[in-house]
Ligand binder design. Sequence first.
Ligand code: AMP
Length: 228
Amino acid sequence: MQDDAGRAQPPPPLQVVLIGPPGAGKSTLVPALVETFSLDRIATGDLLRAEIEAGTPLGHTSAGYVERGELVPDAVIEQLLRSGLAAMRPDTGLLLDGYPRSLDQARTLDGLLADLGRPIDVVLALEVPDDEILHRLGGRRLCSGAGEPWVLHLDDAAAVARCRAQGGTLEQREDDRPEVIGRRLAVYRRQTEPLLAAYRAAGLLREIDATGSTADVRARAIAAVRRR
Ligand code: AMP
């Protein structure tokens, strides 16, 4: 894009919603999207875990829902979302990760973004079959205790060895326990998946196959957002 004097202008900030079942690889994809499209990320799951860790009143209210794999009440999440949006830089785009998760949340989001003059440009949906999700989440561990925690899969022997060599320990997210994974997946299929039809009807949806190598998924994601 060029201004009146023919100078190159940076592209306008992009508002991207990332949707996918638990374990679809949203967090793995985020750095590439953030960097490629200059986005500020708001991840409601991360914000909730930080509140729970810090023992705030909001964290206390939310902890049981997160542990059970259920959706935290809308009013609580909206509070987090509003403070995330208020902290956004004006010339940077938005990457919403983990919100909205229901049609009601999508309506709330539309209202908040309209007030900011930042309507959604593209909804990127990640597709992964249930059996692969169960495998991914069942083996997902956090290497903790040696610097910034990082995520690995138990199948990745080299990563497990690297964690141990760093003096880290392997920890499982409370909500990655087998009985909770099933519930999170059911919540996704029942409450979040209906959003896809709504965003498809609005012409915003781009669905990609999120199986295969990280590099392949990343390339598909970037191409899908560019194609909007
Ligand atoms: P995530 O890290 O996105 O998988 O989120 C972890 C958990 O946080 C979910 O299973 C929910 O309990 C809760 N959570 C995250 N985002 C939302 C949301 N938009 N609405 C309700 N609950 C949420």
